[in-house]
Design a protein around this ligand. Structure first.
Ligand code: CAA
Length: 390
């Protein structure tokens, strides 16, 4: 029996900052952002959006198009959690009106945890093939102003329905794993922005890729030649290009620049315009790959590399199912990106600095999101969500 992804859908905030605006303010040549780190735009969340509203919005089209009566588990992966105790998934579960016979939890290991959630979902379905699992990765990536990480911010969520005999992708059982206790990127509980040793983090990412691939081979994984397309974790899209070059060197393959671009470029299209969405980034990349590859991918094998700082990494493989194109949401995804509102620098600063109240008072949020759910208020330390008419 095959187990994998039946449906995939992403969502991102409706404000967008062109990287040229940031480059101009910082007195940096825009080509450093456009080419050097491979980011053209970044999505910015409105004051009434958070990881819960993004997650629920990503999953809504899936929930509306599938029979949810066999949904038994909801796994929400995030590293920008909004509560130390209550899972973001419980809010999402309520906003989506999901069945009450569900186990719902939040998973954390930096940008990696969505992959752990996906693997757990596949294991649950393998045990009970009639059940469905909803996996959602959702994050708002924030670094300090004027730090090297600032141009690599962004936000987004991606939802995946996992089941038996999937319509889109079979997730193959063999994985290559790597874990090492390192301080490349982290966010202590008292901080709202991440701390990062930028250059070091890119080195650890590449080292982890090497180790995870090696383990994949030792576990009996497929040979390098059997992979047609690739999707890497994308903290910024240039990182994925560096990763693929690194991997090609490791497997001793020499390809033309065109061939390399063909294998990787489709996975970078959306993230180049969204920015980093931490846990969601690789899976938005996967949606991008499926939506933007011209060639029919029926029966093609995709290599996926998931990396979460700290660090845990995993190399695994997905096989595209024949007829997958019928089930894609390409037009919806493209329209989401096109319909965002461009913001100027003062607006970016207003959104970045929007207060996160901690005094237990009654704080109503302005209605700004164009999405289907909003964080309407934080009152008496409780987050209050509502559906909009969108
Ligand atoms: N035109 C074109 N390219 C230019 C340029 C110009 N005018 N000026 C500079 N560049 C190029 C540089 O040559 C460099 O290219 P190479 O990397 O190929 O050498 C590139 O732009 C970046 O410039 P810098 O080397 O000056 O690097 P930076 O100071 O801008 O920092 C960074 C880059 C360290 C990655 C920084 O963006 C950062 O700290 N990001 C956050 C951390 C991160 O994303 N780490 C990735 C691994 S960790 C992870 O994956 C988990 C996660 O999600 C965070």
């Amino acid at each position: 029996m095959k187990v994998g992804i039946e449906d995939i859908c992403f969502y991102t905030a409706n404000y967008v900052l062109d990287m040229a605006v940031l480059a101009d303010v910082h007195g940096i040549e825009v080509e450093k952002f456009y080419q050097g780190i491979g980011q053209v735009e970044m999505s910015m969340a409105a004051p009434d959006e958070d990881i819960v509203t993004l997650a629920a919005a990503a999953a809504k089209p899936i929930v509306e198009n599938h029979d949810m009566s066999q949904l038994r588990t909801v796994l929400v992966a995030t590293e920008s959690g909004i509560d130390q105790s209550k899972s973001a998934g419980v809010y999402v579960h309520n906003l989506l009106g999901l069945p009450s016979h569900c186990r719902v939890l939040e998973m954390k290991q930096a940008c990696y945890s969505a992959t752990s959630a996906l693997q757990m979902a596949c294991s649950l379905v393998a045990r009970q093939p009639e059940q469905k699992v909803l996996v959602i990765a959702t994050d708002i990536a924030r670094y300090d102003l004027n730090s090297s990480g600032e141009p690599t911010q962004g936000c987004g969520a991606v939802a995946m329905l996992v089941g038996a005999n999937p319509k889109l992708l079979e997730i193959e059982p063999v994985s290559g794993l790597f874990c090492e206790d390192v301080m490349d990127f982290w966010r202590p509980n008292y901080r709202s922005t991440a701390l990062v040793d930028g250059k070091y983090s890119t080195k650890v990412y590449l080292r982890s890729l090497k180790q995870a691939w090696q383990d994949y081979q030792e576990q009996g994984g497929h040979s390098a030649d059997t992979f047609s397309y690739f999707c890497y974790h994308q903290p910024f899209t240039r990182m994925a290009q560096k990763a693929h070059t690194h991997w090609l060197k490791q497997v001793k393959k020499e390809l033309s620049a065109e061939a390399i671009e063909q294998q990787l470029e489709p996975s970078l299209v959306y993230n180049r315009r969204i920015g980093n969405s931490y846990t969601a980034s690789m899976y938005i990349g996967l949606a991008s790959l499926l939506d933007n590859t011209q060639e029919n991918l029926d029966n093609k094998r995709i290599g996926l590399f998931s990396y979460g700082s700290g660090c845990v990494a995993e190399w695994f493989a997905a096989k595209v199912q024949p007829g997958y194109r019928e089930y894609l949401r390409t037009a919806y995804h493209q329209q989401l990106l096109e319909s965002r509102t461009a913001i100027d620098y003062p607006t970016y600063r207003r959104l970045y600095e929007f207060p996160n109240p901690t005094d237990g008072g009654d704080h109503q949020n302005p209605h700004e999101t164009t999405g289907p759910f909003r964080l309407s208020a934080i009152s008496q330390h409780k987050r209050l969500y509502e559906k909009t008419s969108s």
